[in-house]
Design a protein around this ligand. Sequence first.
Ligand code: NAP
Length: 329
Amino acid sequence: LPFTVPLHLPSRLFTLRLPAHRGARGYRAALCTQLAQPLLVQDLPAPRLLPCQVRVRVHYCGLNFADILACRGLYQEKHTPPFTPGEVIGVSGISAMAEECIVDEKALWQIPENVSSEDAAVLPVAYGTAWLALHHRAHLQPRETVLVTAGAGATGLAIIDLAVSVFQAKVIGAAGSDPKCQLILANGASHAVNYSQTSLREQVTALTGGRGVNVAIEAVGGDIFKAALQSLAWEGRIVVMGFAGGKIPSIPANLLLLKNVSAMGVYWGRYQQEDFPLFSSAMSSLLQYCQEGKIHPHIGTVFKLEEVNEAFNHVLQRKSTGKVIISMK
Ligand SMILES: NC(=O)c1ccc[n+]([C@@H]2O[C@H](COP(=O)([O-])OP(=O)(O)OC[C@H]3O[C@@H](n4cnc5c(N)ncnc54)[C@H](OP(=O)(O)O)[C@@H]3O)[C@@H](O)[C@H]2O)c1
């Protein structure tokens, strides 16, 4: 790769760094030294590179719900402190919330010229998960109707964008406040439901003329999951994406039988190990959609590296909309 080619990794963006400075100086990184405690921003020594690794300078790093869970010891993949959160495609799942990180060369995708660094930082996790959920798991078809919960969040808005702009589907977005519902509508959904104030199931039933939705992408868990499952149409598909509300729901099997519906999961990061060609083709497709102006990543707030704990709280307190990113500049 040429020297100044901008590169992006899942949820972050990098510029390739010259090998000559290898190990020459340290770099600032957000460090989780103890689980469930605030992160510390510290200087770290630059590690030596192994063969096939690339040292990259991070410009922006997407903050993911998974990063917050990992720093609390609640994520399915456990890390032992001290570690730097931030998922990195192809390597370790951590270490990107820093001025530098080291990445396997296989896990680098070139950012097209007309795609901004900030937009590139949104694509991997939010849009990658959305693409896998809608296309690979739920096999969404044109003119089908999609319900998405936490619809004003990073992945929620990516699902709306892809479903409407790429898959020509209709979307009902659901979220926990009226301003979030306004944002959902402004980003292309046909309808928005505030599940903090109304019954999600009743609203979806009314909005679909009693038929229900063909696909539900569910990110909250608990009672919201159950309402989404009950909102499916005949032969509907529900994709379990996350449990932002903290409660992992159970599925009454009779609900699957009654309307011939399917329940399935999506776990973006796992595709990297299990099906890299698919993982990589999703990245390439998303970069192309972005370059062609078909999709428009929504960045909610940009925090500086020193504000990483404020960024975590912003998401945990449900204040965030769209993607929260950490800037190293
Ligand atoms: N499976 C995968 O590969 C994958 C990939 C990406 C994300 N995810 C998961 O999908 C979910 C959303 O991720 P995201 O990155 O889009 O997150 P996000 O932008 O931070 O959105 C999270 C949203 O979840 C809702 N929420 C409901 N109860 C909550 C609570 N008790 N605490 C915090 N938030 C709560 C909030 O929206 P409302 O106020 O509108 O309810 C909040 O804005 C997370 O559970 C994440 O782990 C999974």
